[in-house]
Design a protein around this ligand. Structure first.
Ligand code: NAD
Length: 370
């Protein structure tokens, strides 16, 4: 029987609450379709700091490197706001991204028809929206050296971050973008700031060169600030948006609001396929954080975490039919008017995290066993 190892790292705040709903789905896939998932568990963020004094332990890093896929909840919270910079909860996530070499971050922004009115934009602009933001994740200004606050000795300090991109980093993310576009509507929009940044000039050149290998895909270039404007003006013009770490961070949060709630947005981070096993390292996580304002109250929306699991089925295990079924189940549950507080509409009583998870599990079971 196939064995598939999943490392669950629920983290802090609402992370564990959302992960519990995914565990229901894992158990039911093992039971109904013999999916053969084996679960390992690891700590990350504040939970790991409390237990091991570090935001991710070496033991859990080893589990992450050995797993077929990592499912990650969220990290952080007021309890750990004052810890040293190197030990902050987010450092656990950054370490995972770096060591697993997760260079490609996929953030779909899909607007379910049942939620089009929850968007900050008019229904006609977002109804049926389905775009994918592909963000470079291991390079750029978040990692470039020097990165420091320098004392200039004259009462002044200088904050320095360095944006660096090498050809190979742009090439591999560009290839990922063109390959993903081939499975979708065949269009890539690359966004940078070539008018003011040298990394933007190189980004533009390399993406254009890689495009020669994908003549069936349409490529357009857009300045990242103009791209931000177009995202809120006419988002449906896009298919795959390819961009760097910093712009991707911001543009994907803008896209988040197009679809109504942070509680709906999944993401996947993919690495290079292993030379011997061919297995691609991967980590799946909701876009939202640990939501300390609602943690422990059982009201968090688990859909972003569940949709991240659907991406895991698709990209790590090739379980396309099951991924399609899970995504269709989410749409079905929303259509049926089942809503957590963040996406509720007048006249409907919001349900708890557990009730939403159960509603999805029940209908998912029906689809798998139909
Ligand atoms: P957040 O995403 O945690 O919350 C923003 C708002 O959205 C809050 O009002 C929250 O209640 C709501 N929200 C988020 N997810 C929700 C869900 N599933 N269901 C219902 N409502 C939801 O962002 P924040 O408040 O800026 O940050 C809180 C903590 O999370 C901080 O410590 C931050 O550093 C951390 N954080 C972690 C990650 C991560 O783990 N990847 C990402 C972002 C922020």
């Amino acid at each position: 029987m196939t064995t598939r190892t999943l490392l669950l790292m629920p983290g802090d705040g609402i992370g564990p609450e959302a992960m519990a709903e995914v565990e229901k789905l894992i158990a039911l896939m093992n039971e109904t379709v013999g999916a053969g998932f084996t679960i390992e568990r690891g700590l990350v963020g504040g939970a790991a700091l409390d237990a091991h004094g570090t935001p991710v332990s070496e033991g859990d890093m080893a589990l992450a490197l050995a797993a077929d896929a990592v499912l990650f909840g969220a990290v952080g919270g007021p309890k750990w706001d004052k810890v040293a910079y190197e030990k902050r909860p987010e450092a656990g996530l950054l370490r995972l991204r770096k060591d697993l070499e997760l260079f490609a971050n996929l953030r779909p922004a899909i607007c379910y028809p049942a939620l089009a009115d929850a968007s900050s934009l008019k229904r006609e602009l977002v109804d049926g929206l389905d775009i994918l933001i592909l963000r470079e994740l291991t390079g750029g200004v978040y990692f470039g050296e020097p990165k420091e606050i320098r004392d200039l000795g004259n009462g002044q300090k200088r904050g320095i971050d360095t944006q660096i991109y090498d050809t190979f980093e742009i090439e591999r993310i560009a290839r990922a973008a063109f390959e993903l576009a081939r499975t979708r509507r065949g269009k890539v929009t690359s966004m940078e700031k070539r008018n003011v940044m040298k990394t933007g000039v190189l980004w533009n050149e390399v993406v254009t060169a890689v495009h020669a290998d994908y003549p069936d895909v349409t490529l357009e270039h857009m300045l990242a600030d103009a791209g931000g404007m177009q995202l809120v003006r006419a988002p449906k013009q896009f298919d795959v948006i390819l961009t760097d770490n910093l712009f991707g961070d911001m543009l994907s949060d803008i896209a988040a609001m197009l679809t109504g709630s942070l509680g709906m947005l999944p993401s996947a981070s993919l690495g290079r396929p292993d030379d011997t096993t061919g297995r691609r390292r991967a980590l799946y996580e909701p876009v939202h954080g640990s939501a300390p304002d609602i943690a422990g109250r059982g009201i968090a929306n688990p859909i972003a975490m569940i949709a991240s699991f659907a991406m895991c089925l698709r990209y790590s295990f090739g379980l396309t039919a099951e991924a399609d079924a899970l995504e269709a189940t989410i749409a079905e549950v929303l259509d049926a008017g089942i809503r957590t507080a963040d996406i509720v509409v007048p006249g409907i009583e919001p349900v708890t995290t557990g009730t939403m998870g159960d509603a999805i599990a029940e209908r998912f079971r029906a689809r798998l066993t139909a």
